[in-house]
Design a binder for this molecule. Structure first.
Ligand code: SF4
Ligand code: SF4
Length: 419
């Protein structure tokens, strides 16, 4: 067993099997199956590392059904990092059994380079918007998405055909008298699917006096890491590290709560390389998620933008439990004139998006989402704000599906309108 696996073995061995995590796991709540809860994952991974368990489907399915939401970690007395243990189990799975070629192509060739990924997303957008993907599905193409593709297609209403990076050149990113130089890290979800969010973020950043350099970054690496392809995640991290070092900004800001969480985890990817680890640690000191950066910077309401309504907030798992950012977005919302803030019950419970979980495990994901919508109904909110593209897409779909009139937006979109 190498050093990295030895560390995982020590971590899984910390689990005392108390079962306290059962009450907090959204997936165990649905299935009641011990293999789906943190205790089960930790036992599985320990047995796997001891060589007492075969790498069969019985092992794979529960392992890949975990949301990586960390609700178990937050409620575990010994603080077992089950999220890391699950990822290590997935990494072992793909090391021993392999991963689909398409996933490898995505993680190693497309995601690291937005320019290479763009034509594929554009093709998907044209297909989706014209109905051609229905034809492709009928022909058996896209079958890797699983049997629920019919329903999965409905998660997004439409896909934009012009991406944020193409639109960014039209924005003025150099306000006069700016003293603060920001590097804006572009999340793939906002670049390709929700470009209006990035536009709103940049407008707000410039309005508060920052000059913004849009980084030429690729994917942060989180999707590959969550899937267990640690090699691809490290490669993406290294590439982004080099890009961000060259910009040498005062602060690296991103409005994607998942990207900021993973950028802050870069040092952990380089535990076996002290020099790279040190460079990653320097970067981490500069990384701020949008609402972190905006603390104390909220200007007053702009004339002609009166707003009055009830607003609530959903905590993305990667913001609340991965970064401990919970007060900051609420402070900002409460500071917007006219906003009547109402707390969402179970605001930090996972919405079921969890990266591509809603594509790969559609039915399970929808059950998790239904509970979130029940809570949203209780608030009677006009607007639901959040800060992660996966959550935004999932919650918008949930509101449409539940027939709620609630508008789902990124915090920066709301701020652009109100200040
Ligand atoms: S993961 Fe934590 S809460 Fe769950 S059984 Fe193990 S020690 Fe207890
Ligand atoms: S990370 Fe979330 S889904 Fe996975 S075992 Fe823990 S609580 Fe359950």
């Amino acid at each position: 067993m190498d050093e990295a696996l030895k560390a995982i073995y020590d971590e899984v061995s910390k689990c005392n099997r108390c079962g306290f995590c059962q009450a907090h796991c959204p997936i165990f709540d649905l299935t009641g199956d011990e293999r789906n809860v943190a205790r089960g994952h930790n036992v599985h991974v320990r047995k796997l590392l001891e060589g007492a368990l075969e790498m069969g489907e019985d092992f794979k399915d529960p392992l890949f059904e975990c949301l990586l939401c960390k609700a178990c970690v937050a409620n575990c007395f010994p603080g077992v990092r089950t999220d890391r243990n699950v990822i290590a189990g997935r990494a072992e799975y793909i090391k021993r059994v392999g991963q689909p070629r398409l996933m490898r192509f995505l993680f190693h060739r497309l995601l690291p380079d937005h320019a290479k990924l763009a034509p594929y997303v554009r093709l998907a957008a044209v297909g989706k918007n014209s109905g051609a993907t229905r034809l492709a599905r009928a022909m058996g193409i896209l079958s890797w998405f699983g049997k629920d593709l019919d329903k999965v297609e409905g998660i997004l209403e439409n896909l934009p055909t012009s991406f944020f990076r193409e639109r960014a050149s039209r924005l003025n990113l150099e306000p006069p008298h700016s003293k603060l130089r920001l590097a804006y890290f572009v999340g793939c979800g906002f670049n390709f699917v929700l470009p209006q969010v990035s536009e709103a973020t940049l407008e707000v950043l410039v309005r508060v006096g920052a000059s913004v350099h849009v980084a030429d970054n690729g994917c942060c690496g989180l999707p590959a890491h969550g899937y267990g392809d640690l090699e691809a995640a490290r490669k993406m991290a290294l590439k982004n590290l080099e890009i961000l070092e060259k910009i040498d900004a005062d602060v690296v800001v991103t409005d994607c709560g998942s990207c900021s969480a993973f950028l802050k985890e870069y040092p952990e990817l380089f535990v076996d390389d002290p020099a790279l680890r040190e460079r990653a640690q320097k970067l981490v000191k500069k990384v701020q998620e949008f609402s972190e950066f905006m603390q104390g910077r909220l200007p007053g309401a702009a004339p002609g933008h009166p707003f009055s309504g009830k607003v609530t907030y959903h905590d993305p798992c990667h913001m609340s439990r991965y970064q401990g950012i919970t007060k900051e977005p609420r402070n900002l919302l409460k500071g917007i004139p006219g906003v009547s803030y109402v707390e969402l019950p179970e605001a930090d419970r996972c919405c079921g998006a969890a990266g591509s979980y809603n594509i790969m495990h559609y039915e399970q994901s929808m059950k998790v989402l239904d509970r979130k919508m029940e809570m949203l109904k209780k608030t009677g909110a006009d607007i639901l704000a959040t800060e992660c593209p996966g959550c935004l897409i999932q919650l918008s779909y949930g509101a449409r599906r539940a027939g709620l009139g609630t508008r789902v937006v990124h915090l920066s979109e709301l701020m652009r309108e109100m200040i």
